[in-house]
Write a protein that binds this ligand. Structure first.
Ligand code: UTP
Length: 290
């Protein structure tokens, strides 16, 4: 079955990034001139997924405003003949976006279940709202690769990257039964293990394509510490040999982490046609003084 829908969970508290996340949802943090979540919507468009369900907290109307129409701004830009700015503004309302509300920030699995009415038991893509993966225009993007693996195998597939040292304990970790051309058969999952308990150096990052039936599996889960965990469903799939993981081209940025946010901003600014050259000159001057 072709994947046509995606969920972007964007309702977390974002405590690692206080104080800005007190009033601004993490997925609205800007990278150069756009909120992170707009890059994610663009990533989905490039991969051919048209329907996006964003899970927001009850006080996140700023995300809805970003993707909605702004009649007064639009007519002002038109009457001032600011065509380029008008096009930039129009781009933000060109996505097919629906919203689901997560009343309590009870974790990622809770956020996914809030989108159930839009997904049912269909397969879907899942993209965490605070991670960017940059792929050059000639490269296959991470989401394109995951979708092509899902279409060939019918199995759920998650993106993975290698991490080392203390970073191992910051991510979900996978056991690998076999590997061919960067596609791995996952044997088990451990959530944020100590280095000694890690199954490999392969971390789970925020891009997934999940096969049909996942919503029912999530609903059937028994809560642990009053929460349900996506990891528990992934582990169940792994044990049955129904979970794949894949490496990907491109660079991943964790925009929800302060250092990752700064790196993303510097690098996206450098890539900008508008002022990349000016920023490069500025950075060279600055680096010479450090
Ligand atoms: P994180 O675990 O990075 O987000 O979730 P967080 O809980 O907001 O952040 P910290 O750790 O307190 O700083 C990854 C993604 O899942 C969403 C977040 O908005 C983020 O995009 N999420 C997380 C939800 O939508 N609901 C939740 O209950 C938790």
């Amino acid at each position: 079955m072709k994947v046509t829908k995606a969920i972007i969970p964007a309702a977390g508290l974002g405590t690692r990034f206080l104080p800005i996340t007190k009033a601004v949802p993490k997925p609205m943090l800007p990278v150069f001139d756009k909120p992170t979540i707009q890059y994610i919507a663009e990533e989905l468009r490039r991969a051919g997924i048209d329907e996006i369900i964003i899970v927001v907290s009850p006080d996140s109307e700023v995300i809805m405003r970003h993707f909605g129409r702004a009649p007064e701004l639009e007519s002002r830009l038109l009457s001032d003949n600011k065509k380029k700015l008008y096009e930039i503004e129009q781009e933000t309302c060109s996505f097919n976006v629906k919203f689901a509300i997560q009343k309590e920030p009870n974790g990622l699995a809770g956020a996914i279940l809030c989108a159930e009415e839009f997904i049912g038991d269909e397969p879907f893509a899942l993209l965490l709202g605070d991670e960017l993966i940059y792929a050059g225009i000639d490269e296959q993007s991470c989401m394109e690769r995951l979708l092509s693996i899902y279409e060939k195998t019918g199995k759920s597939v998650i993106a993975t990257m290698e991490v080392f040292g203390d970073d191992v304990s910051k991510y979900g970790n996978i056991g690998i039964a076999s590997e061919e051309d960067g596609v791995m058969q996952v044997s088990a999952i451990v959530e944020k293990p100590s280095i000694a308990d890690a199954l490999s150096n392969n971390a789970i990052i925020g891009r997934y394509v999940l096969a049909g039936g996942i919503m029912s599996k999530l609903k059937a889960l028994k809560p642990r510490n009053n929460e349900i965990y996506l990891t528990d469903v992934l582990d169940e799939l792994a044990i049955k040999g129904e979970l794949l993981a894949s490496t990907f081209n491109g660079v991943r940025y964790d925009v929800g982490d302060k250092f990752g946010f700064v790196k993303a901003n510097v690098e996206y600014a450098l890539m900008s046609a508008e002022m990349g050259e000016d920023i490069k000159t500025y950075l060279k001057e600055l680096a010479a003084k450090l």
